[in-house]
Design a protein around this ligand. Structure first.
Ligand code: IPE
Ligand code: IPE
Ligand code: MG
Length: 260
């Protein structure tokens, strides 16, 4: 059976990945925009606009700190359930951000990619996404991924469907993790080392379900518009103190460190 041509990264359930003091891949649920605005007696959408400034600061800080992949959850497959005016505002914000931010990202050597079912978006948004991805495709700095109309379950299903149509003779015995991995929408990235959720909720809300298997989970009460580089660095210090065992015992890790 021919291997799918796309890049693949080591899977945390197939082998023990190398870990470093700085997370290589940070994935964030940017939550709390609405509450930030409501607290200030502002319309919820004012929180979304303010949240965009936080995105700028965090993208810059990740690039400066040497993070290689940053993945931001901007709009979930369930966020369509929100009031039409809020969804409409988010779409407009998305469209203007794609246009306004792309030059800055490009100057900073950031490579932008979108994951999610983009087919549900306005064709103009889809067109701008394609232009932005194309423009930054040769950039070698931070890999920024925006998850839009993304859902972890959608991703697993689309990966299975793609895999089955790529290998028409696939039978259950032939199905392996390695075979499926290249079909996930983020197969170009290693699994996240650190997951951050702002806004106080301690849930995954259908974000990267498959990829978070061994990710360190960090929850903070800080609302996304108040999150900043100091808060990000605090999450990095917390991350450095974690013992990432990937199923092994603590003693095994101590022995491994003594050997190296
Ligand atoms: C996150 O902030 C942004 C999106 C989901 C688009 P929220 O809008 O969920 O803010 P809260 O959770 O209501 O405060
Ligand atoms: C998760 O936040 C999605 C994004 C940040 C894009 P939500 O605010 O939609 O999550 P729930 O509904 O509180 O779980
Ligand atoms: Mg929320």
């Amino acid at each position: 059976m021919v291997k799918h041509p796309k890049n693949t990264h080591a899977s945390s359930t197939q082998e023990v990945p190398a870990v470093a003091g700085i997370p290589k891949h940070v994935a964030i649920i940017m939550d709390g925009n609405g509450r930030w605005a409501t607290k200030r007696l502002l319309p919820r959408v004012a929180g979304h606009s303010q949240g965009l400034s936080t995105v700028r600061e965090i993208v810059k800080e990740c690039g400066d700190t040497g993070v290689e992949y940053l993945t931001l959850f901007a709009f979930s497959s369930e966020n369509w359930r929100r009031p039409a005016e809020e969804v409409g505002f988010l779409m407009k914000l998305f469209l203007t951000a794609l246009e306004k931010e792309i030059n800055r990202l490009h100057r900073n050597n950031v490579r932008l990619r979108l994951i999610g079912d983009l087919s549900r978006f306005d064709p103009l948004i889809q067109e701008r996404v394609a232009i932005a991805e194309k423009k930054t495709e040769n950039n070698t700095g931070l890999n920024l991924t925006i998850a839009a109309n993304y859902g972890g379950r959608w991703d697993v299903l689309q990966a299975v469907k793609e895999c089955m149509s790529h290998y028409p003779n696939l039978t259950p015995e032939l199905m392996t993790e390695e075979l499926l991995q290249p079909f996930f929408s983020m197969s170009y990235a290693p699994e996240p080392d650190l997951f951050i959720r702002t806004g106080g909720e301690q849930r995954i809300s259908n974000f990267l379900l498959w990829q978070l298997a061994y990710t360190e989970l960090y929850f903070t009460n800080v609302l996304w518009p108040d999150f900043n580089k100091k808060e990000l660095q605090a999450s990095f210090s917390w991350y450095r103190d974690r013992e990432r065992r990937f199923g092994r015992t603590s003693a095994q890790l101590v022995n491994q460190d003594a050997k190296s």
